[in-house]
Design a protein around this ligand. Structure first.
Ligand SMILES: NC(=O)C1=CN([C@@H]2O[C@H](COP(=O)(O)OP(=O)(O)OC[C@H]3O[C@@H](n4cnc5c(N)ncnc54)[C@H](OP(=O)(O)O)[C@@H]3O)[C@@H](O)[C@H]2O)C=CC1
Ligand SMILES: O=C1O[C@H](COP(=O)(O)O)[C@@H](O)[C@H](O)[C@H]1O
Length: 496
């Protein structure tokens, strides 16, 4: 087997080449390079080991690439002096190679640059680390994998490794995803493939397993006997904004629900893994996905915001949903009968991502149900809504909260960006927070029948006003699923 990850004998030090493929693009400049910069600043990328190579078709010089990236690194207002001083040092680590994605010339040039770097660090052949980050459209993944395999691998296996990080979307449906997986799988072994889902790198998503399995509070309650419904919500207060062409081919289910929200669902619903080893965790996630029963039409609401088709890159008659609420049901002992409501929308009235676990009624208690909310963003927090006696002489009850707001509790502690953490995991060979092939397959199995029917125009999106809560039908579905909104709860933010 080729060397990859999850192997105790692999190299953790020595020359490290990080190649950003698609270096001239949006993702690279907005996410990948800033994440690398943050890792560099914190000492995770050592200047005496690392070289960063950008690769793309655009013909630009090293300096032109550096200038494109510079503005996206935290160095202006709000950045510390140290950060500003680190920028030029970091940029000097970056070189650029131009070439196409389907011819060997460019990849031979890339290999030459990598080898020159390895030689300059006196790295023995085959013991170096080579990381290829695909900030590219998936259509070119197969040819790029082939080029890397033919031209850029470690020359022999002496503890070094070659790993690839691939971005979503991994296919458009079950068949295309499986085809892509097979093509990549013929060239790389699973431990070399890091399918990134950046929601798995968010602080409070990473906290989920600790929270669930390290606290007595939750262990006995986390099941159908106590929990009435679970909502996993993603809301954005802006539309597709210049990404209409891409978005229209995918829609909100492929863009957010099939990956980000479903990954969160797995962590909320899975059983305790045998150990914290990546394979054990991923085994449990796959079991959850395989236990999801087929979606029912009456438990799906799709929406499209007014004005979406005014984008010139979107067809006038597009049925692509920019909003969806749907109920997933997990057929197992723990969750039978508990609706998992996944909700995602663009151009809504607020921006947030959260998990809301609503508990069943307490007999005779009318104040409102207990809820446990984990807010992934903005302002990471978790809070429990609970009933207490109203302070004072009278015996009356109100809803209040136990509140763990990260900004308050962990003042001055920086929360790492998702991409930063996940790239570091890749360098360390930890696949826990990456999507395995069978997981991906099971995820597509859930949504493919519905997606095909939407693509054929058999399931329609209803319209909603930008800046609203989305279609009213979605709130009606929520109510039918059993969610009871708490009225009269007022949160008073704590002051220091
Ligand atoms: N640490 C902190 O920062 C804390 C903050 N708070 C804040 O207090 C406020 C109240 O908290 P909370 O009650 O948990 O959260 P929200 O008021 O945001 O939402 C409560 C629930 O009601 C739904 N909802 C809101 N409006 C409607 C509607 N018109 N029809 C149907 N459903 C609706 C929401 O759905 P949807 O998600 O779709 O909007 C959500 O499921 C929030 O702003 C919250 O952020 C409270 C405690 C701690
Ligand atoms: O993957 C995607 O995620 C972003 C939202 O990411 P977040 O970390 O800001 O919540 C979304 O805007 C985009 O459409 C989608 O492709």
């Amino acid at each position: 087997m080729a060397s990859g990850g999850n192997n105790e004998n692999v190299t953790e030090t020595g020359s490290l080449s990080i190649v950003v493929l698609g270096a001239s693009g949006d993702l690279a400049k907005k996410k990948t390079f800033p994440a690398l910069f943050n890792l560099y600043r914190q000492g995770f990328l050592h200047p005496d080991e690392v070289c960063i190579l950008g690769y793309a078709r655009t013909k630009i010089s090293d300096d032109e690439l550096r200038n494109r990236i510079r503005g996206y690194l935290p160095h202006g207002k709000g950045a510390s002096n140290d950060q500003a001083e680190d920028v030029p040092k970091f940029l000097q680590l970056i070189k650029y190679v131009s070439g196409s994605y389907d011819s060997e010339d460019g990849f031979h040039s890339l290999d030459k640059e990598i080898s020159a770097h390895e030689l300059s660090k006196h790295t023995a052949e085959g013991s170096s680390r080579r990381l290829f980050y695909f900030a590219l459209p998936p259509s070119v993944y197969p040819s790029v994998c082939k080029m890397i395999k033919n031209c850029c691998m470690n020359k022999s296996d002496r503890g070094g490794w070659t790993r690839i990080v691939v971005e979503k979307p991994f296919g458009k449906d079950l068949e295309s995803a499986e085809q892509l997986s097979t093509q990549i799988g013929e060239l790389f072994d699973e431990p070399q493939i890091y399918r990134i889902d950046h929601y798995l790198g968010k602080e409070l998503v990473q906290n989920l397993l600790v929270l669930r399995f390290a606290n007595r509070f939750f262990l006995p309650l986390w099941n159908r006997d106590n929990i009435d419904n679970v909502q996993i919500v993603f809301r954005e207060d802006f539309g597709t904004e210049g990404r209409g062409g891409y978005f229209d081919q995918y829609g909100i289910i492929r863009d957010i629900i099939q990956n980000h929200l479903l990954q969160v669902l797995c962590l909320v619903a899975m059983e305790k893994p045998v150990s914290l080893k990546p394979e054990h965790i991923r085994d449990e996630k796959v079991k959850v996905l395989q236990s999801v029963i087929p979606l029912k039409d009456e438990e799906v609401v799709l929406g499209q915001y007014d004005g979406y088709t005014e984008d010139p890159t979107v067809p006038d008659n597009s049925n692509t949903p920019t909003f969806a609420t749907m109920v997933l049901r997990i057929h197992n002992e723990r969750w039978e009968g508990v609706p998992f409501i996944l909700k995602a929308g663009k151009a809504l009235n607020s921006r947030k991502a959260e998990i809301r676990v609503q508990f069943k009624d307490v007999p005779g208690q009318k104040q409102g149900r207990n809820e446990f909310v984990i807010r992934l963003q903005p302002s990471e927090a978790m809070y429990m809504k609970l009933t207490v006696k109203q302070p004072g002489l009278e015996m009356s009850t109100i809803q209040s909260e136990l509140d763990l707001s990260y900004g308050q509790r962990y003042q001055g502690v920086p929360i790492p960006e998702a991409y930063e953490r996940l790239i570091l995991d890749t360098i360390r060979g930890d696949q826990q927070h990456f999507v395995r092939r069978d997981e991906l397959k099971a995820a597509w199995e859930i949504f493919t029948p519905l997606l095909h029917r939407i693509d054929r125009g058999e399931v329609k999106s209803v319209s909603y006003k930008p800046g609203s809560r989305g279609p009213v039908e979605a709130d009606q579905l929520l109510e039918r699923a059993g969610y009871v909104q708490t009225h009269g709860y007022i949160w008073i933010p704590p002051t220091l």
